[in-house]
Design a protein. Structure first.
Length: 83
């Protein structure tokens, strides 16, 4: 693990395409701005762990626990009737 000291406004570059900027520091809280290509997902760790757990649970689900039929598609808006 690389440990750095940065002040507000200072940046860290990761690879060629990711830029992390320290936006502010307040007590024990640091605000970061992250610039990355749109194809690179960025998650807070707790969200990433929750998604990973949901994916694991879905992969482990028994096929008989899943619904047999797909739900009917939602009704679509049609043109109004002519008077």
């Amino acid at each position: 693990m690389l440990i750095l000291t940065r002040r507000p406004g200072e940046r860290v570059v990761i690879g060629d395409e990711i830029l992390v900027t320290v936006m502010g520091v307040s007590g024990h809280t640091v605000r970061l701005g992250i610039e990355a290509p749109s194809g690179i997902p960025i998650y807070r760790e707790e969200i990433w762990l929750a998604v990973k757990e949901e994916n694991r649970a879905a992969a482990a689900a028994q096929p008989d626990a899943l619904p047999a039929d797909l739900p009917a598609p939602a009704a679509t808006e049609t043109e109004p009737e002519q008077p």
